[in-house]
Design a protein around this ligand. Structure first.
Ligand SMILES: Cc1cc2nc3c(=O)[nH]c(=O)nc-3n(C[C@H](O)[C@H](O)[C@H](O)COP(=O)(O)O)c2cc1C
Length: 197
């Protein structure tokens, strides 16, 4: 049996004409090349993510009633050993779609590790990434210090969605994936320890 880790790569933006899937597809290829991951690319545009959250926070009720259209997303987040979030900057933060997906869940993130791939204008997704670190801290998830960033991504990818220069981003992805697999294995062992009351 393969002891590959289950890595969920999450496309955070859902708008029409978005660039997110191009970046996620590139990163998913890097993760498959790395060799230690079974990669599941999750597109939030396919999930029903209402802004009306449950009456009780998922931290208190880990299994709230969720819309039928969210069931597949929840199951795929549950199954993941680790996450990489692909996010643009929207007004110096991350997209509301991503926040909704995060807020509808708790145990699915808790005790797992999260890496980031950012893209946007000058800030390359870093403002979104820094905001997400705070959010995942509250969810008891570990965020990696390594990241991949594409500032002014429209200059870095060609019209077919291929990177013009591949070496540097590939090295950044490899470095992050190395750390991700270490944390994912360490945290999988840690999750087997009974939680504090
Ligand atoms: C609502 C909105 C806000 C944005 N705010 C920023 C921003 O603060 N900084 C930045 O560099 N780019 C910003 N952008 C540009 C996006 O990073 C760029 O459009 C990117 O393609 C968005 O990701 P998406 O195509 O996957 O939706 C913004 C775009 C949108 C739609």
């Amino acid at each position: 049996m393969s002891d590959n880790l289950k890595l969920a790569v999450i496309i955070g933006s859902v708008r029409e004409g978005r660039f997110g899937p191009v970046v996620a597809s590139w990163f998913a290829d890097q993760a498959r090349l790395h060799g230690e991951f079974d990669v599941d690319v999750i597109d939030l545009a396919e999930a029903h993510l209402p802004l009306q959250l449950p009456a009780v926070p998922p931290a208190m009720d880990p299994n709230p009633a969720r819309p039928d259209g969210m069931a597949e997303l929840t199951a795929r987040l549950d199954a993941a050993d680790a996450f990489v979030i692909v996010t643009p900057d929207y007004n110096r933060s991350f997209p509301a779609s991503l926040k909704a997906a995060i807020d509808w869940h708790f145990t699915q993130w808790s005790g797992k590790t999260v890496g980031f791939v950012g893209y946007s204008g000058a800030s390359g997704g870093l403002l979104a990434i820094e905001g997400l670190r705070q959010v995942f801290n509250e969810l008891d998830a570990h965020t990696l210090r390594e990241y991949v960033s594409f500032p002014r991504y429209y200059l870095l990818f060609d019209e077919d969605g291929a990177l013009r220069e591949t070496d540097e981003p590939a090295a950044a992805a490899r470095g992050m994936l190395d750390r991700l697999q270490w944390w994912a294995r360490a945290l999988a062992a840690a999750r087997a320890i009974p939680a504090l009351a």
